[in-house]
Design a protein around this ligand. Structure first.
Ligand SMILES: Cc1cc2nc3c(=O)[nH]c(=O)nc-3n(C[C@H](O)[C@H](O)[C@H](O)COP(=O)(O)OP(=O)(O)OC[C@H]3O[C@@H](n4cnc5c(N)ncnc54)[C@H](O)[C@@H]3O)c2cc1C
Ligand code: SF4
Length: 597
């Protein structure tokens, strides 16, 4: 007998498999039920095809693919979170009478589904349009190879493509770069507020303003206590996943110790209730604050769960709107949170889709994309996305391979291309802000928005580290990262690699901003008030050198006029010293060896 292509090593999951076996479909189930494919990021029965008929008439297919897990050195806690939520979702559906075909495979999702459909005589599978570009490509190939799928719109989103194109028009490569002003997110957000009626009264924004962003910029200095979030200790299913991931993906990024994230719908709901009652009332004013003693502050930490569809954005937005109406959440906090979900999250996803994952931009590309060296991880033999049997020898012989459709986009409008240094892997640099945030990412696979933007990405911009490498790092290191959200956030908002499509100016700062918005500098060996000389903070010299280096591209940007006016007033002697300090700082960061995968 030939070995079946998708026969997997038996998973270390006796507890889970013994529980899910009973839900495996009979021949009659297969004939009589409507069959739905549930991808690895859509664990909801509250909307979509799964909610359209009674449980006894529903069947679902779930694929646990090791090919996907091996594609990048994903944080171990991210893998535990995904796999445990996947297994718990399967059991939750089985408990309400849904027939569950749960399949382990070393193949990609598409190829595993194709073989499964053939072997089990499954009818056409319905699925919501996948959020990830990678999955869309994988399924498209499987459909070409014979998989029968019927795709319907994904109703977990708050908007559909037309909501975006009716504001900006469809994206055109030739117009995209010159027409950047029109992608200001606020236009989409206002249109969505009007269309949805969220935080609107008599066709006017509640409180008279669409945005209260200007009110939301305070540092945190203990004004109100920071509540302790609930913990979700692993149950038997999650413990089994922790053991499995710890063994199979031991070489991946991040710590697996102390995993305590929600993995059931009930726990996800409990986490949201806590955020709604205890965090969001104080979210707005301290949204941009950073602390080394309160890393989460008042952020909801919902992103990983919204991106898995455990939380539905409409429900979160409506809950917050109602709480604001009852004065349980101040309007500025409620609006700040709603803007993230109704505005930024939807906007980013459309921009990614419209530009084919930032591949259609008319901007300079990195000449040597190092992203290829980062992925897939060392178990690539099992990864059919990128690896055929012929591929390794082709590499050795330097035979040109066809372009990999899964390779990431490599825009670099500012010409940044230096390798990402070891500090992003947790090697201590002595920069207290960086060391604190990276330690949190290694530990938890998460940090809040301003740490991502104004510490991790800021340093990368200032030094000229490769935007693609930074994107890939965020992608595997963060529990909430998927291509549709991480690429626009990093290549667009955070690094300006897209030349201004997503943000009107680069988010860069010297030490003054970090010092004002955090307590990091108070615990650092460097002095945020000194820009050159012994003990000077590297951020400030790097900032001025960044402006100088990019003067041709950014010098006329109307939002950069103030810093450029200051730069122009600096003497040549000052600029020489700043350049020297900045080169020294980059050399220091590059001097540590980066772990390989
Ligand atoms: C460099 C960089 C990389 C990022 N990578 C990701 C990523 O991989 N995945 C991800 O979900 N978010 C990403 N973001 C956006 C944002 O930082 C996170 O969504 C947020 O910090 C998650 O924390 P929270 O759940 O406490 O969100 P809150 O601050 O409480 O915000 C509420 C919700 O708004 C949504 N949201 C807020 N901002 C954004 C945004 N810019 N894009 C999309 N959704 C947003 C999230 O789903 C979140 O659940 C990135 C931002 C930057 C600057
Ligand atoms: S002094 Fe500079 S390096 Fe140190 S924490 Fe502040 S900004 Fe970061």
């Amino acid at each position: 007998m030939p070995r079946r292509l998708d026969s997997a090593q038996p998973p270390i999951a006796p507890i889970f498999t013994s529980q899910i076996e009973a839900a495996d479909p009979t021949a009659r189930d297969i004939q009589s039920r409507r069959w739905i494919y549930i991808p690895y990021d859509r664990f909801t029965d509250r909307v979509g095809p799964i909610s359209e008929q009674p449980a006894e008439e529903t069947g679902i297919v779930i694929v646990e693919s090791t090919a996907k897990a091996h594609r990048r050195p994903y944080h171990k806690k991210k893998l535990v979170l995904l796999i445990s939520n996947m297994r718990h979702f399967a059991l939750e559906q089985a408990a309400r009478g849904v027939s569950v075909l749960y399949h382990f495979s070393p193949l990609s999702h598409g190829q595993a589904l194709r073989l499964l459909q053939e072997e089990r005589s499954l009818p056409t599978l319905t699925l919501m349009q996948p959020a990830e570009r990678e999955l869309r490509l994988d399924l498209a190939q499987a459909v070409t190879d014979g998989l029968q799928l019927s795709q319907v719109p994904d109703t977990t989103w708050l908007s559909q493509t037309e909501d975006f194109t009716s504001v900006y028009g469809p994206y055109h490569r030739e117009k995209g770069h010159t027409n950047t002003q029109s992608y200001v997110m606020d236009r989409f957000y206002r249109a969505m507020r009007k269309k949805s009626g969220i935080l609107m009264e008599n066709a006017k924004p509640v409180g008279g303003q669409f945005s209260y962003d200007a009110d939301n910029r305070n540092p945190y200095k203990g004004q109100v206590p920071v509540p302790s979030p609930p913990s979700f200790p692993p149950d038997a299913i999650t413990s089994e996943v922790i053991t499995y991931v710890g063994q199979k993906y031991a070489h991946h990024f991040g710590s697996i110790e102390g995993f305590d994230m929600p993995c059931t719908q009930a726990d996800c709901d409990r986490m949201w209730s806590f955020a709604l009652d205890h965090l969001l009332p104080t979210f707005g004013p301290f949204e941009d604050a950073m602390r080394d003693d309160h890393l989460q502050l008042f952020h909801s930490r919902t992103s990983a769960f919204v991106n898995l569809a455990r939380h539905l954005p409409l429900q979160l937005v409506r809950d917050v709107e109602q709480a604001a109406a009852k004065s349980r959440i101040p309007l500025a906090s409620a609006e700040g949170f709603i803007r993230q979900l109704l505005g930024w999250r939807e906007f980013m996803r459309h921009l990614h889709e419209q530009t084919d994952g930032y591949r259609l931009l008319d901007v300079p590309q990195e000449s040597k994309p190092r992203a290829q060296e980062l992925s897939p991880d060392r178990d690539e033999q099992t990864d059919p996305y990128t690896t055929s049997k012929a591929e390794p020898s082709a590499r050795k012989k330097q035979i040109a391979l066809p372009p990999d459709p899964y390779a990431g986009a490599t825009p670099s409008a500012l010409g940044a291309s230096l390798p990402l240094p070891a500090v992003y892997w947790g090697v201590k640099s002595g920069l207290h802000c960086m060391d604190t945030v990276v330690a949190q990412v290694v530990e938890e696979g998460w940090s809040h928005h301003i740490n991502r933007l104004m510490v991790l990405s800021n340093l990368a911009n200032l030094c000229g580290f490769s935007p693609r490498e930074l994107t890939d790092w965020f992608w595997f290191a963060y529990v909430d990262a998927y291509d549709w959200v991480v690429e626009p956030n990093v290549l667009g908002m955070a690094t300006y690699a897209d030349g201004g499509l997503t943000a009107t100016k680069p988010y860069v700062s010297g030490a003054a901003y970090i010092n004002r918005m955090s307590n990091y500098c108070g615990h650092c060996q460097y002095d945020p008030k000194k820009s050159v000389g012994p003990g000077s903070c590297p951020f400030t010299a790097l900032y001025w050198s960044f402006l100088e280096r990019n003067q041709q591209i950014l010098g006329n940007n109307f939002r950069m006029q103030m810093p450029y006016n200051t730069l122009r007033k600096k003497s040549s002697a000052d600029l020489v010293q700043l350049r020297a300090r900045s080169e020294e700082a980059i050399a220091h960061l590059q001097s540590f060896k980066r772990p390989g995968y």
